[in-house]
Each structure stands twice: as C-alpha cells, then as structure tokens.
Design a protein. Structure first.
Length: 160
C-alpha cells in the first residue's frame, strides 16, 4: 500500500496484482484504522489491478461532517462506504447528504446501518427509489426521475 497526494487529497493505492490475492480495506475513520479483508479468488475476478481510496478524517475524533465526504467525492469515485452510527461516539451521520453527494458524482453508496437497525426510523421507500434509479442507469444508461418513481411506488404501496 502506498500513499501519495492528488491535489489536496491524500490518496492511497492498493496493488492487487497476481503476487497476492485481491483485497479490500474496511476503514474506520473515527478510530483511524484499516482492516485488510482478502477476497476469495471467485469474487475478485472483476476487480481492477489497483484501486485508490481516500480516508475522510474526523477532526474532532467524534464526528465527520457530510461536507468532508463531499469534498473528496469526484468523477473518479466509484463507491462511498461509511457507517450510519459511529458506535464509539454515538454520532449519527447525515447519510442522506453523503448519499446525495455520491449519487451526484455517479458513485454508489454503501451505508453500514447495523448499529442503528431498528433504533432509527429509515426511509425504506427512498432507499428503494435510489436502488431503482441506479439500477436503471446501470442497465439502460437512462437517468430515471426519482420523484416520478417515488410517486409511483408510493401509490403502489398505499393500495396494498
């Protein structure tokens, strides 16, 4: 793993060449740690030979404002991964703002909601709409109107 600078961002490169198995890094920005997770050979076939990642730091050790994510997301971003709740501090992130920034750049967003599942009300319809918009874009190249999709799904679910 190497680190370098791309403008004002620190960018880390992970070489996943043939000399070692492909892997991903699970990052915990509040505790500033990374864990290497090796991928089975059958799951690593589609991965690039190298990936770049950028850690969004917590300046106070307790929170990370959504703007800090937005500053690091650009057209090269493929995936934004974060947690809904920082289990060490109890801080609930504004995942809507983070997801909006990711989607605006064409990136996918994975939110770990394990600690908040069942504790915090979630907008399941909004999640379904986002999945649909991204799926339609990936399969057809068409950008679906999320407002139209949300209204149609709300009508379907209200009649059920």
């Amino acid at each position: 793993m190497t680190a370098g600078s791309a403008g004002s961002r620190t960018v880390n490169s992970v070489n996943t060449g043939t000399e070692e198995p492909s892997f991903i890094l699970a990052l915990d920005a509040v505790n500033d740690r990374a864990q290497r997770i090796e991928l089975p050979a059958d799951q690593s076939a589609g991965f690039e030979k190298a990936m770049l990642w950028s850690l969004v730091p917590s300046h106070d050790g307790m929170t990370i404002p959504p703007e800090a994510f937005a500053e690091r997301i650009d057209s090269r971003t493929a995936l934004v991964v974060t947690t809904h709740l920082f289990y060490t501090t109890g801080y609930l992130q504004n995942v809507r703002a983070i997801a909006d920034a990711a989607h605006a750049a064409g990136a996918l967003c994975v939110i770990d909601g394990y600690q908040t599942c069942g504790c915090v009300p979630l907008d399941g319809l909004g999640m379904l709409v986002n999945q649909g918009v991204i799926g339609i874009r990936l399969w057809t190249g068409v950008d679906a109107d999320p407002a139209v999709m949300r209204d149609a799904l709300a009508e379907v679910f209200s009649s059920a």
